[in-house]
Design a protein around this ligand. Structure first.
Ligand SMILES: CC(=O)N[C@H]1[C@@H](OP(=O)(O)OP(=O)(O)OC[C@H]2O[C@@H](n3ccc(=O)[nH]c3=O)[C@H](O)[C@@H]2O)O[C@H](CO)[C@@H](O)[C@@H]1O
Ligand SMILES: C=C(OP(=O)(O)O)C(=O)O
Length: 429
């Protein structure tokens, strides 16, 4: 198993290009199942989760061609999906357990071929993460769903039919699954209390390019007028706002000066606001955004995770790492997932002062963290440990970096190019 060694204390200076978003790319890949024509995705990030989704699609019979050649496990930045023949409607446990977003094939398979068997994803380190809203919404669209042997067995004997669905709370994945299913349902579907995360807008744009009829983009009410078939399209994956937010914090935590390129700063507005409150200087540039921290120490700033456009839960761990070295105290409150504080004991090992009270963490800043061996437990916990390592005195070894590889492309290279002392150590326990 690989680990990452960081020798901390160097201010980061330079340019960091931001790649396509994992959380936009995964539903876009699933959308390839909705048409027998070719869906071409550009700006696709090279990440473990993308490889897993491509494997899943391939075993459903989708031909995945990368940059003109067969993908063969080496997905590039341009991927053509050809779901002319869906040969298998089962998403097996061994792939689904690696990546919960595999559930996103359920809606498209049901809509396109009227049946799907998808392994139940189960919980993960950050929470139980049920899929009840996905299933209830598909039932509202006319699907018949049974749970059997750890699998969701779904059929749509008379096809899917438009319905008015009001979701009791906001779910990104349920919105995506129902949106995709509704594009091929008979009649009109209204999704009330839909998620407004930018990745949903990206999916709406791609589906629209494929011939779907959707109103209400980027609002909490999506109206989908079902069509008989979708056609091929080409779509560029939205930039990754969580990758960008993570590198913005890398600049701030090291007292550096970094420019993130290839994204619109508005995409990370809530994170930049908090960084300013914490003492960083933010400038919007022609090609992205520049983050500088050159005056005085960081200051404590409270954050509470919220659905978009609020502060993202996927940035909570990284912001907490920043607060461990800020002057004063900061309250970090997690409202989306019930167990997203796995990074806290690891940050303690580096000298952080954090007290947990239910869904909140009280972080009292310390003058300096010290390097230590720490273990990654989930994707964003891992990146918070890398950030802490960049700021710490001495050497930090972050183990289990396969979590990091799910969501950050070339993280060592991008940080090293800005002056970080960071190396991947291959192999080991
Ligand atoms: C691949 C992807 O895009 N992942 C993102 C997606 O995850 P994901 O789509 O899984 O997250 P959701 O928005 O669905 O989850 C929000 C909350 O709703 C709960 N819930 C969800 C569905 C359901 O049927 N029942 C239920 O109770 C979840 O357990 C969680 O507590 O949005 C999350 C919230 O922004 C992000 O942290 C993830 O990075
Ligand atoms: C929680 C995340 O992803 P997933 O929903 O795929 O587990 C994440 O990207 O931070």
């Amino acid at each position: 198993m690989d680990s990452i060694r960081i020798r901390g204390g160097r201010p980061l200076e330079g340019i960091i290009p931001i790649g396509g978003a994992k959380n936009a790319a995964l539903p876009l890949l699933a959308a390839g199942l909705l048409t027998e024509e070719t869906l071409t995705l550009t700006n696709l990030p090279h990440l473990a989760d993308i490889t897993t989704m491509v494997k899943l699609l391939a075993q459903h019979g989708v031909v995945c061609t990368m940059n003109g050649g067969h993908s063969g496990g080496h997905e590039g930045r341009v991927l053509a999906l050809d779901a002319g023949q869906i040969t298998n409607t089962t998403a097996p446990y061994d792939l689904v357990r690696k990546m919960r977003a595999s559930i996103l094939v359920l809606g498209p398979l049901l809509a396109r071929v009227g049946e799907a068997q998808v392994s139940l994803p189960g919980g993960c380190a950050i929470g139980t993460r049920p899929v009840d809203l996905h299933l209830k919404g598909l039932e509202d669209l006319g699907a018949v769903i049974e749970l059997d042997g750890g699998y969701i067995r779904a059929t749509a004997p008379r096809g899917l039919k438009g319905a008015h669905i009001r979701m009791p709370f906001v779910s990104v994945g349920a919105t995506e699954n129902l949106l995709m299913a509704a594009t091929l349902a008979y009649g009109t579907t209204v999704l009330d209390n839909a998620a407004r995360e930018p990745e949903i807008g990206d999916l709406v744009r791609c589906l629209t390019a494929m011939g779907a009829r959707i109103e209400g983009i980027d609002t909490e009410t999506l109206t989908i007028h079902g069509v008989a078939r979708l056609h091929g399209a080409e779509h560029s994956v939205l930039p990754d706002r969580i990758e960008a937010g993570t590198y913005a914090i890398a600049g701030a935590i090291t007292g550096g000066d970094v420019e993130l390129t290839g994204l619109d700063a508005a995409l990370i507005g809530s994170v930049l606001e908090k960084l300013e409150e914490a003492g960083a200087r933010i400038t919007v540039t022609d090609r992205g955004v520049r983050i500088v921290r050159d005056q005085g120490p960081l200051r404590g700033a409270d954050v509470m995770t919220q659905v978009y456009p609020g502060f993202p839960t996927d940035m909570q761990a990284q912001f907490m790492a920043l607060m461990t070295v800020a002057e004063g105290a900061a309250m970090v409150t997690e409202t989306i997932f019930e167990n997203r504080f796995m990074h806290v004991p690891e940050l303690h090992r580096m000298g952080a002062n954090i007290v947990l009270h239910g869904a909140s963490a009280l972080v009292r800043g310390v003058p300096k963290l010290t390097g230590a061996p720490v273990m990654a437990t989930d994707l964003r916990a891992s990146s918070s440990l890398v950030l802490a390592g960049l700021a710490a005195r001495g050497e930090t070894i972050v183990s289990r970096v396969y979590h990091l590889d799910r969501g950050y492309e070339n993280i060592e290279a991008k940080l090293a190019a800005c002056g970080a002392d960071i190396t991947r150590l291959t192999g080991g326990a």
